[in-house]
Design a protein around this ligand. Structure first.
Ligand code: 5GP
Length: 198
């Protein structure tokens, strides 16, 4: 497979919709997919591994990388920086498809690179209360973090127009199947398109 056929799938959603689980499920099933490992200044959670879930860095290091123009995109979310390093993406794309778990700000920035073959998917729950339940069950945030994440729902859904697909994650298996169909269809379309225009 040449890099011309490789695609980039963005999954965005308000916090607590199940994006990380779905991202991991795709990578487990499709060996061709690598998850883009972001840089962040957020402290690791107890179950997170440096270099696997994120590259955890200090604020000064992150700001240096911004200054050196090393990111395809970055954003400040809940008072921490998150960003996608250009070299990581470029290297991965040579051999693999990539899946990004990034927010709407990053999606906007990546969309400006016209050479990138992006498929943009926005996930939501069937209602806002469901988010609160899932965030609580996840038990990864303090009460004030939880409140901030819950309150960001209204802000984030304002940007769903920027996406190619909106999916409701009511049932994880159904939602996964929908994502699979989107990926398989687009992979077909992208390779046809690039063969024709070559
Ligand atoms: P969390 O702290 O729960 O891991 O992530 C918080 C938010 O940051 C999520 O919405 C996630 O999609 C987003 N995020 C993670 N990595 C990146 C990144 O590299 N760039 C951008 N723009 N957002 C990211």
């Amino acid at each position: 497979m040449t890099s011309d056929n490789n695609i980039m799938v963005i999954l965005s959603s308000p916090s607590g919709v199940g994006k990380t689980t779905l991202t991991k499920k795709i990578q487990q099933k499709y060996q061709s997919f690598k998850i883009s490992v972001s840089y962040t200044t957020r402290p690791p959670r107890s179950n997170e591994v440096n270099g696997v879930d994120y590259h955890f860095v200090k604020k000064a290091e992150f700001e240096e990388l911004i200054k050196e123009n090393k990111f395809y995109e970055y954003a400040k979310i809940f008072e921490n920086y998150y960003g996608t390093l250009k070299t990581n993406v470029d290297e991965t794309l040579k051999k693999n498809d990539i899946i990004f778990d990034i927010d709407w700000q990053g999606t906007k920035q990546l969309s400006k690179f016209e050479n990138l073959k992006l498929i943009k998917i926005f996930l939501i729950t069937e209602n806002k209360e469901e988010i609160k339940k899932r965030l609580k069950n996840r038990n990864q945030n303090t009460d004030s973090e939880l409140e901030k994440r819950y309150n960001s729902f209204d802000e984030e859904i304002k940007y769903w127009n920027d996406y190619d697909y909106i999916l409701i994650n009511k049932n994880l298996d159904v939602c996964f199947k929908q994502i699979e169909n989107i990926i398989l269809n687009n992979k077909k379309n992208f390779s046809t398109f690039f063969q024709k225009s070559a």
